[in-house]
Design a protein around this ligand. Structure first.
Ligand code: GCV
Length: 726
């Protein structure tokens, strides 16, 4: 039987995981955080084995089957023992995994299930006379699956089973990954290989990866996936491709994951043969209705459409003189009979609009508050520009009380060093979620907008632009897995701290040894500020090289649209640097609540992290530490570089705790990160110096090359560049 469990494991994770189980020193990271290797602590192992002598598992159906498989794999691996499924024994030392209505009668009294949604669950140690049970229960199969994953996580993290009393309910409804995957398998802003969706071999060939993808997502509560790029190709809505989507939906269904697709606004023309895509045209309206019916006939639980319209060249209702509202409601009407959703993106800015790009989404969408159909969510990026290493929160959060506004984070690191830099993103996500919008007074956190509690919203959501590709370890950088994990955990509970997330992930993925967990956790937490410092300190933003966004390009000034040029964002001149967004400048600050506007406007209260985001300041402006702005900039760049050196030192000492393969991978990547941090410092400071005409601060290491050298660097094949959009 032990043998058969091993075979199961091999079956479910494929050959990659088998290799990693076979030899710790060869781990390739394919298993992600579902690392069910045997519990090392002998006392705990003995405790677990004695408390889980058998498993009572009641129920039927596909999700139930998924639970059983996971328990076999998880317990089989962690306890390195035969997993015995048994009827309720009445004598204890049994793991009970059962929906509440199927629980043995004598256990039911220990639970009040009224407060639970279908996705919620409870895990409790129940003492009955002399018998002790660990019970995982829920009102629905999917909650039971989530509870099962949590239970396995407890074992992975070496928690005691003696006094468990856990109630978990997701705080956000739609917890969804956005894949910017194209039908040719390239990924826009993807740095971990090609798309895992093999459209060519679907629907006939079901890659083991699809199943493992569903498992890992469900393990953190992600319940939806948008399979295709927002720069959409209408072909995905043709019958040929819908058959493939249907096959994926079937794989994901037992794991509670719905599929969504991106809908190209001009699809009625491109694949429907109509002459227009005008949202008010009767034929267009009918076309979308027919398309929705066709999709739901094939995929009854289809999630809905994600739409990028009239943004960066994508077609949309404005091509016909109509509004975003017209466009969104058109699709909402079509999907409504089937319970489908429209997720409409607020990421819009126009080359024909001369106002500050940061202001445009707010101006466009605010007047539409309360006018969208009930099945529309507005998906808003965390900041008003574009996933920068640090951005102030988007002013739309909290400003549209009558519209479900959902969060869009970017898990892939378009502007944070691709899959090469170790930057722990949950720290960034946490900062945004904990920001105070002041829309309903102090404490109106972005997190409260996202979980709906600020304005009593019934429909809530959080999206993460995926960092997954077909690299063996899914995310390229081994630590990129933590960003995927952390996104899922925060989508479930936007109030989790990044520290807890790092702690969990490290234990699940690497080791429970405190000598490993504590220093590496600290390194992860600090890694986000490091990247801000060596790329975009003191509120600088969007100074990345053109198109691919790899490396610095603060000098770029020749692109056709002004707001595509870095010079637009830093506004450097001989006097100083920064974007004045106060009333004397673009006045973008007036889009925030008065308290927030005041805080950012007043130089006394504006956090220095956001200084140059909101202010154009002279080179000799005095920072809080008494140094000039010019010196401060150099010192911040240097600080970022030093932090990467610290990270390298820390990681070196971790060799005894990490398998050779991953230790070596991370070491190599950290060395590249250091090289690139220095590149950023040198290139930016040399460029800014041509305006400030000041000497570098003495603490800053002298640049290795000339500015011309840095300007000459070209990366025509950097990964993730936009392919032709159609
Ligand atoms: C999918 C940025 C990225 C684009 C991306 C766009 C968006 O501009 O560089 O690659 O397009 O955001 O979010 O739509």
């Amino acid at each position: 039987m032990k043998q058969s469990i091993k075979l199961n494991v091999q079956y479910f994770f494929g050959i990659f995981l088998f290799v990693s189980f076979a030899s710790f020193s060869m781990s390739n990271g394919y298993e992600l955080w579902l690392n069910y290797t045997k519990v090392m602590d002998q006392n705990l192992l003995a405790e677990y084995r004695s408390k889980i002598q058998s498993v009572y598992l009641e129920g039927s159906g596909e999700t139930h089957a998924a639970i059983k498989k996971e328990l076999k794999m998880g317990l089989g691996g962690l306890l390195d023992t035969e997993v015995v499924f048994h009827k309720y024994n009445g004598t204890g030392n049994q793991l009970i995994v059962s929906k509440y209505n199927e629980l043995p009668q004598e256990l039911k009294g220990n639970f009040n299930m009224d407060d639970l949604s279908g996705e919620g669950y409870k895990i409790k140690t129940v003492q009955l006379k002399n018998a002790s049970y660990v019970v995982v229960t829920s009102n629905a199969d999917i909650g039971l699956l989530y509870g099962t994953f949590n239970f396995l996580r407890l074992l992975q993290m070496n928690s005691s089973l003696s006094n468990l009393d856990i109630t978990e309910i997701p705080k956000v409804d739609i917890r969804v990954l956005n894949h910017w995957d194209n039908l040719d398998r390239t990924i826009e802003r993807g740095y971990a290989g090609f798309s895992i969706w093999n459209w060519h071999t679907l629907p006939g060939y079901i890659d083991q990866r699809y199943i493992d993808y569903a498992r890992v997502n469900a393990s953190v509560g992600i319940n939806g996936t948008v399979l295709t790029n927002v720069n959409a190709n209408a072909l995905i809505l043709t019958p040929q491709y819908l058959e493939k989507v249907k096959a994926l939906a079937k794989v994901f269904r037992p794991y509670g994951i719905k599929v969504y697709l991106t809908a190209r606004f001009s699809a009625p023309i491109e694949i429907g043969g109509l002459e227009t895509a005008d949202p008010l045209d009767a034929n267009v309206i009918q076309w979308w209705k027919d398309k929705a019916k066709e999709i739901y006939t094939m995929i009854p639980d289809f999630g809905g459409f994600l739409v990028k319209a009239n943004s960066e060249g994508q077609p949309g209702p404005q091509n016909y003189g109509r509004s975003h509202l017209d466009g969104a409601n058109l699709m909402a009407d079509a999907l409504e009979p089937y319970g489908g959703l429209v997720i409409w993106r607020a990421f819009v800015y126009s080359e024909h609009d001369p106002t500050d790009r940061a202001k445009q989404a707010y101006s466009e969408f605010l007047p539409e508050d309360g006018k969208f159909k009930n099945n529309v969510l507005l998906q808003v990026k965390n900041g008003a520009i574009d996933f920068q290493p640090r951005e102030p929160f988007h002013p739309l959060f909290g400003a549209m009380p009558n519209t479900p506004v959902m969060m869009e984070f970017q898990i892939t690191k378009e502007y944070l060093g691709f899959a090469t830099h170790l930057v722990f993103l949950p720290k960034l996500f946490e900062e945004v979620l904990q920001s105070d919008t002041y829309r309903k007074g102090k404490g109106s956190l972005v997190a409260k907008v996202i979980d709906g509690s600020l304005n009593n919203k019934k429909l809530t959501g959080m999206a993460g632009v995926s960092n997954v590709g077909n690299d063996i370890n899914w995310t390229g950088h081994p630590f990129g897995q933590a960003d995927w994990y952390g996104f899922g955990r925060l989508a479930w509970n936007p109030y989790m701290t990044s520290e807890n997330i790092a702690d969990e992930w490290l234990r699940l993925t690497f080791s429970n040894d405190e000598k490993f967990v504590q220093p590496v956790k600290q390194m992860m937490i600090e890694s986000r500020e490091a990247v801000v410092n060596y790329m975009n300190p003191l509120g600088l933003h969007h100074i990345f090289d053109t198109g691919h966004h790899y490396g610095p390009g603060p000098w770029v000034n020749n692109l056709s649209r002004p707001e595509w040029n870095p010079v637009y964002y830093h506004k450097v001149d001989s006097e100083g640097i920064g974007f004045d967004r106060t009333r004397t400048g673009s006045d973008a600050l007036s889009q925030y609540a008065p308290e927030v506007e005041k805080m950012f406007t007043d130089l006394e209260t504006c956090p220095e992290e956001y200084l140059l985001w909101f202010h154009h300041l002279p080179w000799d402006y005095t920072l809080k530490n008494g140094r000039t702005l010019w010196d401060g900039l150099g010192l911040k760049y240097q600080e970022g570089v030093e932090k990467v050196r610290d990270m390298i030192k820390t990681w070196k000492t971790m060799e005894p705790y990490v398998d050779k393969n991953r230790h070596h991978q991370v070491s190599m990547l950290l060395n590249i990160q250091l090289k690139e941090a220095i590149w950023w410092k040198d290139a930016c400071m040399l460029y800014f110096q041509t305006f400030s005409k000041m000497d570098f601060p003495k603490e800053m290491e002298t640049p290795k090359h000339t500015l011309d050298y840095y300007k000459s660097l070209k990366y025509p094949f950097a990964p993730g560049i936009r392919p032709t959009w159609n």
